[in-house]
Design a protein around this ligand. Structure first.
Ligand code: OOG
Ligand code: MG
Length: 254
């Protein structure tokens, strides 16, 4: 028997204490559905502490990320108010275990999404788009996990930074994307690396949100997933993500 509440509690504590734990899948056989139940419970623990649900994130939407992490399926996680770091701000390295940063595109939802939509329909439900950085911080030792492990761990979510909101353009293809650490470009790709079209990632989010009963509501942030590898970041370093035409998002670690 998998104890959903106990696993959620240990992941929650690992995040609070910035101390990694052993992968769940090494000790229990856990199904993907159970992993999503753990994730929901884990988020409930955050909500009980006063955080609010402000968005969803997609993961493994690019080949680069799937290759880097050895996991080959789309995943989704939840974003809470405590995870949003204002652009051009500072965050303390000591609150993380082994943080990585990755360049993303973020969508802002204009009206409640009624159910599954395709990549054209979904455009009508977005009122702004921005460059974003996701900070991920797996609660597992060595940042190693199975698909079920990472889903249970809310897809390694810990923080995200959103640049200036830009007007919606229907064509988000072929935009150069880069991740810089202290002015050095450490990863580069194209918006096409996100499912051949970032709008497809949002369409996939509508499908998964409908399937798992987590409605996408007006005002939510939806992160499309990294276009490139994620890179480790240390104290006294600054990360900047750029997306051609959308601008920049930055965060400094101290
Ligand atoms: C899991 C989260 C994946 C993305 O953008 O692909 C993700 C991880 O790599 O730890 O956020
Ligand atoms: Mg990500």
């Amino acid at each position: 028997m998998v104890n959903i509440a106990a696993i959620a509690q240990s992941l929650h504590q690992a995040a609070h204490q910035a101390k990694p734990i052993t992968q769940i899948s090494l000790e229990h056989s856990i199904t993907l559905d159970q992993a999503y139940e753990v994730q929901k419970e884990l988020i409930n623990l955050r909500l009980k502490e006063g955080e609010t649900l402000i968005g969803l994130k997609m993961g493994f939407t690019s080949e680069a990320k799937m290759q880097q992490m050895g996991v080959h399926d789309l995943i989704w996680g939840r974003l809470t108010s405590a995870m949003l770091i204002p652009n051009n701000n500072t965050t303390s390295r000591s609150q993380y275990i082994h943080p990585r940063v990755e360049p993303e595109i973020c969508f802002r939802i204009a009206q409640d999404i009624p159910g599954e939509l395709n990549e054209t329909e979904v455009i009508e439900y977005v009122d702004a788009v921005a460059t974003a950085i996701e900070i991920i911080d797996s609660r597992y030792q060595n940042f190693k996990f199975s698909l079920e492990d990472v889903v249970a761990d809310n897809c390694s979510s810990i923080g995200f930074v959103v640049g200036d909101w830009m007007p919606v353009t229907k064509d988000l293809n072929n935009l150069h994307m880069a991740l810089n650490i202290d002015q050095n470009t450490v990863a580069e790709g194209s918006s096409n690396d996100i499912m051949n079209n970032p709008w497809k990632s949002l369409a996939a989010a509508t499908r998964l949100a409908a399937k798992y009963g987590e409605p996408i509501k007006k005002g939510m942030y939806i992160m499309a997933g990294a276009a490139t590898n994620a890179e480790f970041i240390q104290a006294n370093q600054t990360a900047a993500a750029t997306v051609e035409t959308l601008g920049e998002a930055t965060v400094s670690f101290r």
